[in-house]
Design a protein around this ligand. Structure first.
Ligand code: SF4
Length: 498
């Protein structure tokens, strides 16, 4: 469902031809993870200055818009290494240009650029201690704190400074860091956010290495997946490692066990990506199959046309396929149909401000296929319900298209708690399920549906574990209220709070 928004996409590359252009393609593939701003930093030796510099280009908007002037790649973003970032703000005001990543600083160890995906749960506390010591900040994003912690570390080696800095953080952080000699990639000890390593062979030259939030970014540049950066691992990719075929890998202190964000499988990641070691498509399909046990299609009188099952595109398509195939296996006849069409070209400016903005946004994004829906028992499958307002409008649209009955199925459990690890959910009280105290009858009535069914928390875990053979631990706090890392419930995204 589209009321919650993605967090960020990060990409890094080392030892590459046209590094900036490959980062651009990688960011384009990761555009679904953040559409507010994009940025690229590269590292290049400046012959005139006799030292390494890090050119940067960033701005508000989609990757295609921020980098539409192709001369940027020929004249500015030079060098064989770099990092990039797509941003949707989860911390730091979205309209503050200083918050656009990657962040770049020059300090006593040289240049350092950083791209962050996640949310630091103890950011308020760290920032307060810096402010008391008179530290000046350029942005309101929690990611800037990491740079200050690195710069102020008393350790000698740069990797030790980075390790020292991140050991003071709590919460979710997958990072790409560019130094004058290396590309460093790391995941917090819980492994909340995904980060994978890829490799690109170059005929007659040493291999290119890259890291990305999702493997779909590798596909676009022709790189192959090597492995994930493990939870609590910091890997240093540099020329020495490429030449020797072995990269330095450091373990960050473990704390609460592994808790990878299960919502990545529910909604965020692209189905053609591999995250947490498993294809998203496979896991999502299993969620749909499990939903068939928790909330099958309704039975219809003998002789009536069988129910049609439509997905809310695009994030629900895969789960819907799994749902339909399992319902059929269970002896519940139904047919998959494309009853909602999504317009992929709805830009921000197309939506004019005003009272009906939300409604207009839904109508401009989705349309019904009347011939498919008319006079049919329709089962709509969505990946999740957060506020419920989009679901309500889609139901109304399907009813207006002549559906005989509308049944709503959700391929994840009810969202009952906000996320403090980087996902932009509304407050506890604004969540759809909480607004009705979980009373399905009232929820049904408000949505305007004939029935409403969710995937159970047990069903979700069983689907995820069936896909990856129970190898990993997951965070499910938004569905269970069990937060794996202590959270500051008073934390605010408002920059004035800082
Ligand atoms: S609370 Fe939900 S969205 Fe946030 S990290 Fe946990 S599973 Fe992911």
């Amino acid at each position: 469902m589209r009321q919650h928004r993605d967090f960020c996409g990060i990409f890094g590359i080392f030892n590459s031809d046209n590094a900036a252009h490959k980062i651009y393609l990688g960011l384009h593939a990761l555009q679904h993870r953040g559409q507010e701003s994009a940025g690229i930093v590269t590292s290049v030796f400046d012959e005139v200055k006799g030292k390494r510099i890090m050119p940067v280009h960033k701005g508000d908007g989609l990757v295609l818009d921020v980098f539409k002037d192709k001369s940027i790649f020929e004249n500015k973003l030079l060098g064989s290494a770099g990092i990039g970032h797509n941003r949707y703000s989860t911390s730091g005001a979205s309209d503050n240009v200083a918050n656009i990543q990657p962040f770049l600083v020059h300090y006593r160890d040289g240049n350092l650029a950083l791209g962050h995906n996640g949310n630091i749960s103890n950011a308020k506390e760290i920032r307060r201690s810096f402010i008391e010591r008179g530290t000046l900040f350029q942005s309101t994003a929690d990611s800037e704190l990491i740079l200050h912690l690195i710069a102020q570390s008393t350790r000698r080696k740069q990797v030790d400074k980075i390790s020292d800095a991140v050991s003071q953080l709590e919460g979710a952080f997958s990072l790409v860091i560019l130094t004058d000699t290396s590309l460093i990639a790391l995941r917090d000890p819980n492994g909340f956010k995904p980060l994978a390593i890829g490799k690109l062979s170059r005929p007659g030259k040493s291999d290119t290495y890259c890291v990305a939030s999702e493997t779909c970014a590798f596909d676009l540049i022709g790189a192959t997946y090597v492995r994930d950066v493990e939870p609590g691992e910091m890997i240093v990719i540099n020329q020495e490692g490429i030449d020797s075929g072995k990269f330095e890998s450091y373990s960050l202190a473990q704390n609460n066990g592994i808790s990878q964000c299960v919502f990545e499988y529910v909604y965020f990641s692209r189905p053609d990506s591999k995250i947490f070691g498993e294809m998203v498509d496979k896991v999502r399909r299993k969620m749909g199959k499990q939903l068939a046990y928790d909330a099958p299609v309704p039975s219809v009188p003998e002789g009536d046309p069988k129910p049609i099952v439509i997905s809310v595109p695009d994030s629900s398509n895969t789960a819907t396929l799994g749902y339909v195939s399992e319902c059929r296996k269970l002896g519940q006849p139904c047919r998959y149909e494309i009853g909602l069409i999504r317009n992929h070209y709805v830009g921000r400016t197309f939506i004019s401000p005003g009272q009906e903005v939300r409604e207009q946004r839904v109508r401009s994004k989705f349309n019904t296929v009347g011939g498919v829906i008319k006079d049919r028992v329709v089962v709509m499958v969505d990946d999740s319900i957060v506020r419920g307002t989009t679901a309500k409008q889609l139901v109304q649209m399907v009813r207006n298209a002549g559906a005989k009955e509308v049944h709503f199925r959700v391929a994840s459990p009810p969202v009952i708690s906000p996320c403090f690890y980087g996902m932009d959910f509304p407050s506890h009280a604004e969540l759809f399920y909480n607004q009705f105290d979980g009373d399905i009858e009232r929820m049904k009535e408000w949505l305007g549906v004939d029935s409403l069914g969710y995937l159970s928390v047990e069903g979700l875990h069983s689907a995820v574990h069936a896909a990856n053979e129970g190898k990993h631990g997951y965070c499910d706090a938004c569905f269970s209220n069990n937060y794996p890392v202590p959270v500051d419930m008073t934390a605010s995204k408002d920059e004035n709070e800082w």
